[in-house]
Design a protein around this ligand. Structure first.
Ligand SMILES: [Fe+2]
Ligand SMILES: [Fe+2]
Length: 279
């Protein structure tokens, strides 16, 4: 199975930028979206914060650009980031591309999609999972036995990725996600975004992959997984044209502080190959 994904593109309402900033920003965001859908895959994901202030125009423009790729868009899943839900909850969005919490089993491996973002909460941008959802995650993980599991979520678990120890840069500890993940037998991967920088950390049976913000460094991330192996690799999109466009708008995006130092990880933080042990 081949998965292509992006994270934290923070598409911003053009009315909040100057004309030249908005032109450069629209060009940059549309370019990254076009690249996401430019190669075949079984699944395309936005890992959250597809939009920035949550406005209707942001939703409308971003979804219109995605809809220009109808074949790929039919396989697109928009996980919610905290910025996506600042003004509207998902029941108020167009119902395309959003699938909520769900689980898929394939021959010899499994994928779980987990919503972690608070709704209409500007003050608390940390991750939250309800007790009901956590109990579903626990039951689902148990069903996977010792077969490989891949989890996609906007927020990381605390202390599993770069800066995930900082305030609101992880799923609240009292949601008990850590205890639930600890019960997983066999190899598992947790893919997150939100913190705007690349990192990979191995801890016990889990490998934590965190993906940097597209607005700071443009890249398409790819995962190929089957019952025998997982391969994670990075498609660098940076060009002089994109870099110039970014310089035009990056310091003018509201409610957005560039990670800066730098978001793009080292080679060891953005590619991985793991062969699963087969009995
Ligand atoms: Fe973000
Ligand atoms: Fe976020």
């Amino acid at each position: 199975m081949k998965i292509r994904f992006i994270s934290d593109i923070h598409y911003t309402d053009p009315r909040l930028l100057s004309e030249s900033q908005a032109k450069a920003h629209d060009f940059y965001v549309k370019f990254v979206l076009d690249q996401l859908f430019s190669k075949p895959a079984d699944l395309y994901i936005s890992m959250g914060d597809l939009i920035n202030t949550g406005s209707e125009l942001e939703i409308k423009n971003a979804y219109a650009w995605i809809a220009e790729h109808p074949e790929a868009a039919a396989k697109f899943h928009h996980l919610s980031g905290n910025h996506d839900l600042l003004l509207y909850d998902r029941s108020e969005w167009p119902d395309t591309y959003y699938k909520g919490n769900y689980f898929q089993s394939f021959a010899g491996f499994h994928i779980l999609y987990l919503e972690t973002s608070r709704i209409k909460n500007r003050a608390n941008y940390g991750g939250y999972i309800s007790a009901e959802t956590i109990s579903w995650v626990a039951d689902t993980i148990e069903q996977t036995g010792d077969q490989p599991l891949l989890v996609f979520a906007h927020h990381p678990l605390k202390n599993t990725s770069r800066i995930s120890w900082r305030k609101m840069m992880y799923v609240d500890e009292d949601c008990n996600l850590e205890a639930v993940l600890a019960k997983k037998k066999g190899t598992a991967f947790y893919v997150s975004a939100h913190n705007h920088c690349d990192s990979i950390l191995h801890s016990g049976q889990w490998t934590y992959l965190q993906s940097a913000c597209e607005l700071e460094y443009p890249a398409i991330k790819n995962i190929e997984i089957d019952a025998r192996q997982l391969s994670f690799y990075y498609e660098d999109l940076e060009t002089p044209e994109l870099s110039a466009a970014r310089a035009e708008f990056i310091t003018n995006i509201p409610d957005f502080s560039p990670f800066g130092s730098p978001a793009k990880g080292s080679i060891l933080e953005r590619q991985l190959y793991r062969k699963f042990s087969t009995k």
